[in-house]
Design a binder for this molecule. Structure first.
Ligand SMILES: [Zn+2]
Length: 431
């Protein structure tokens, strides 16, 4: 059955520059979009130019003073903000550049609107290649990420969905998202990433499993460098099978960071574009409403190839290996193909035994879910509806949601009693 796909793109999001020599290049989004247009696959989707997220939207997760700073700082006035630059980790990896806040509000607005469309059943899959900035924390920027569009859109999804599954195939650990939902069972985070030898951000070993109500709801698959398609798919499929069985999510958010491809400027894995796309296909085939996001990816031409191919995978469309004529064609020289050989000579340091060990540890952790039934598996009475943005939502559409699973729980913003602590000293969310 073909799924209805909504694709979100602010036409200006590709025009920002982090600065000379910075590996993060928003232009890769423009390149991706150009291929999506010239392959003609845009015709099979609904294309939206989303509205921008406001400071208020961002403060659903982030601290007010941090967002206020992002709104005010510019390359011209940043000397007046010495204290804040240090406090909010803005400067080196996460530089102040022209239009910084506009950039954040565009990619965050696109993810948020994707979540709203999914909540309203206006699409089965929402795609925002400009989103997926998984390292941003409540109080600070990190790893080229300023505003965590993923956390903000998951909070939106939680208004309708009792259990949201977050999957991250970027080469870096999805630390910002894991940290935000570390204490809750309403979001399970699953991250596949390179771990060890001080690889950024340094977190994500397999014993980070969550805490308190969120114990066993953080899943980490720490991999070594050089992993190839076949090994990655084996561990990915194995882990995801257990996760789906034990967690039964009602909605999925998939972060498709393309720095896990071979030949990435910053990465050290050895996945092909097809291998990366196969992960997207595996998740798509579970037929669960899904928000698909970008993320890392620092060899621009391969990022564009990868996300174009994955757009086609989501649409279940075959597209030619020959890249159609387009204004950026020279980027794809000398082969002008969608699937060039991007493998590197790097040795694969993962062994079958090592991967079996991870798979087994994850499986044992997940088995604990069924031994400790928690509120999240129970039905939620419909009179618990308490929605901040009820006016946006068509009640008829809400009634069309056909499964018990999709009933609404109170939004996380509404804290009660003892749990009403807006913890100012950490980045954890109570949901
Ligand atoms: Zn990354």
């Amino acid at each position: 059955m073909s799924q209805k796909i909504a694709y979100f793109l602010d036409p200006d999001v590709g025009n920002f520059h982090y600065g000379p020599g910075h590996p993060m290049k928003p232009h890769r989004i423009a390149l991706t979009h150009c291929l999506v247009l010239h392959y003609g696959i845009y015709k099979k989707m609904e294309i939206y130019s989303p509205s921008r997220a406001s400071g208020h939207d961002m403060c659903r997760f982030h601290a007010d003073d941090y967002i206020d700073f992002l709104q005010r700082v510019t390359p011209q006035n940043h000397q007046q903000f010495t204290k804040q630059l240090g406090m909010f980790n803005v400067g080196d990896d996460c530089p102040v550049f022209d239009g910084l806040f506009d950039f954040c509000s565009m990619y965050t607005g696109a993810s948020l609107e994707g979540a709203i469309k999914l909540n309203n059943n206006h699409c089965d899959i929402a795609v925002n290649w400009s989103g997926g900035l998984h390292h941003a924390k409540k109080f600070e920027a990190s790893g080229f990420c300023y505003v965590n569009d993923i956390v903000i859109s998951i909070l939106e999804l939680l208004k309708f969905h009792p259990r949201v599954l977050y999957i991250d195939i970027d080469i870096h650990h999805g630390d910002g998202v894991q940290e935000a939902f570390y204490l809750t069972d309403r979001v399970m985070t699953v991250s596949f990433h390179k771990y060890g030898n001080f690889f950024f951000p340094g977190t994500g070993d397999m014993y980070e499993i969550g805490a308190e109500s969120g114990r066993h709801y953080s899943v980490n698959v720490p991999l070594k460098e050089g992993i190839d398609d076949q090994m990655y798919m084996t561990i990915f499929q194995g882990v995801m099978k257990s996760v789906m069985e034990f967690y039964r999510p009602t909605c999925v958010v998939l972060q498709c960071g393309a720095d896990s491809l071979g030949s990435d400027r910053l990465g050290c894995f050895n996945l092909s574009i097809k291998g990366h796309g196969d992960c997207v296909k595996v998740i798509r085939d579970y037929n669960i409403p899904m928000l698909v996001l970008g993320g890392g990816g620092y060899t621009k031409r391969n990022v564009a190839r990868c996300w174009t191919y994955e757009t086609a995978v989501l649409l279940d469309e075959q597209i030619s290996n020959e890249i159609p004529y387009n204004e950026y064609l020279e980027y794809f020289a000398p082969d002008f193909t969608l699937h060039p050989d991007i493998s590197t000579k790097q040795e694969n340091l993962n062994s079958k035994q090592y991967l079996d060990h991870i798979r087994q540890t994850v499986h044992e952790n997940l088995r604990n879910l069924s031994n400790s039934p928690s509120v999240q598996m129970q039905d939620v009475p419909p009179d618990l509806l308490s929605l901040e943005n009820t006016e946006e939502l068509d009640p008829d559409i809400r009634n069309h949601q056909d499964t018990v699973d999709k009933r609404v729980e109170p939004a996380n913003e509404f804290y009660e009693g003892d749990k009403d602590n807006d913890k100012e000293n950490d980045g954890f969310l109570e949901v």
